[in-house]
Write a protein that binds this ligand. Sequence first.
Ligand code: HEM
Ligand code: HEM
Length: 136
Amino acid sequence: MEAIAVWSGWIATAAIALAALVPIVQRIRAGKRAAPGSSPIRLHVLVGLATAALAFVHTMAVLPVLGSPAAIAGGLFALLPAGAAFFLLVAHAGLGLQLREPKLKDRAHKRRMHTTTAVLIALMVAVHAVLLIRAG
Ligand code: HEM
Ligand code: HEM
């Protein structure tokens, strides 16, 4: 069970990085943002949704080991950011799904929120993983 808890965490982390890379690489290569309905964004949405599903799988996978020495060793500050990351990921997916609408009002604001939540998710996951690794 422990192994599944750790592996699912790393798979979810890799998926977050992969999801973020799609629009970032596209922007660097083309010099501008991909249009909402374009193939890079469709790929991004697919990977993004898979990311949310994988984070959910990880959250379910850790439930049976939440009381284990490995899980507790990181302390509360290893688990608090994990809960925050999961919460933010749901909000982030909601914003992302709205951003698919080409005529969306308030696009600039929602895009900024999508980017801000992406940065916060990455930070929270980093704290979560580093504290757990340091705890051994
Ligand atoms: C965005 C969501 C999340 C990501 C990307 C994530 C990522 C990770 C990673 C990379 C690890 C492995 C760390 C290591 O090598 O020791 C891990 C372990 C763990 N995560 Fe998460 N996590 C997330 C959400 C959560 C949530 C919501 C909880 C539960 C409150 C949680 C609880 C744990 C526990 C208990 C472990 C340690 C398992 C063990 O060592 O047996 N995680 N997570
Ligand atoms: C959960 C499903 C997701 C959906 C439906 C989604 C949807 C979108 C859409 C439609 C755009 C284009 C917005 C626009 O140009 O107006 C976008 C951009 C972006 N997304 Fe997502 N996304 C999701 C998940 C993620 C994840 C997991 C990350 C990384 C943590 C991420 C990071 C980004 C970034 C960095 C951009 C570029 C923003 C910019 O160019 O200003 N997204 N997303």
